[in-house]
Design a protein around this ligand. Structure first.
Ligand SMILES: [Zn+2]
Length: 299
């Protein structure tokens, strides 16, 4: 059974006039809900995260300014999701709550997902690229604190953008291994150093992409891993307006299949964090994410 954490505020917490494709969360929820392939999927409503978990990994001043609605214009612009509304605060707390709940559920059920999150561009003391706080890092420390048996975490980031915030936040922590396979010409311009970075050429298609993914996953096979966090952004699709890769839906599904069998081989629970998806029309993003969740519901 794949439990997926979802709250309507994932969509409604962003202004209607924002450029961000906020409808994707609701549309994915609807698409899965009405499908006849959802028998192994159960939606759960997350609780807001306890702010102490934010303080554990982010600068206190930054967390407090955000919670008080007092981020500066410059800080807001760096994050995006504008025009800013006060609902962003609640939305962020629910999304972070969904991610840590998914950690618990994955340990109980083998896999779990948050229908949002994967906010890998957030740094210790500032947000960036649609990311306020870094739920991957928050969830990693939450997991290490709560579960003694799950100390070694592998962050598998296949979003088209580099997991720069994540890499920077855990660079001195040997128990959290960061892997990022991303398009070299995409945001962020200035890349950080992950434990393993695999930069890809602009315009890369399925065949080359999947070959490189296969050999990269092989390198991770001998790592000491207790739990896997999969940042499953689908912005590598050819239909994506931000991503510079050219993957087909079939290629994206093959990618998921490879990650799935990697997790099985490692006998590790897996937590899925959604990540990016900016296709036009939005139906491509909805389709790709729905397929991802169906694939992992057969674990
Ligand atoms: Zn992305």
């Amino acid at each position: 059974m794949l439990e997926i954490f979802y709250h309507p505020i994932y969509t409604s917490g962003i202004s209607k006039s924002s450029n961000f494709p906020r409808d994707r969360y609701q549309l994915i929820f609807e698409s899965i809900s009405k499908s006849n392939r959802n028998k192994d999927i159960k939606f759960k409503i997350p609780k807001k995260i306890n702010v102490k978990h934010l303080y554990n990994v982010h600068q206190k001043d930054y967390v407090d300014q955000f919670l008080k609605g007092k981020l500066s214009e410059v800080q807001q612009r760096k994050i995006g999701l504008r025009p800013w509304t006060s609902k962003i605060i609640e939305r962020t707390l629910f999304i972070m709550g969904g991610s840590v709940s998914a950690v618990i559920s994955s340990i109980e059920n083998g896999a779990s997902a948050n229908l949002a999150g994967g906010t890998h561009h957030a740094y210790h003391d500032y947000g960036s690229g649609y990311c306020v706080f870094n739920d991957l890092v928050i969830s990693a420390y939450y997991c290490k604190e709560k579960f003694k048996r799950y100390q070694n975490i592998l962050i598998l980031d296949l979003d088209v953008h580099q997991g720069d915030g994540t890499a920077s936040m855990v660079k001195t922590d040997k128990s959290i291994f960061t892997f990022s396979m991303h398009c070299e010409s995409n945001f962020p311009l200035k890349k950080q150093v992950s434990d393993l970075d695999v930069p890809l050429k602009k315009g890369m298609k399925d065949k080359t992409y999947l070959k490189i993914l296969g050999s990269s996953l092989e390198k991770l096979e001998d790592n000491d891993t207790d739990i896997i966090f999969f940042q499953a952004g689908v912005d590598g699709l050819v239909h994506d307006t931000l991503g510079h890769l050219s993957l087909s839906h079939q290629g994206m599904m093959k990618r998921n299949e490879m990650v799935l069998s990697f997790c099985k081989k490692k006998r590790c629970p897996v937590v899925i964090f959604m990540g990016g998806g900016y296709s036009k029309p939005i139906s491509h993003t909805v389709k790709a994410f729905s397929e991802l969740f169906f694939q992992f519901s057969n674990l």
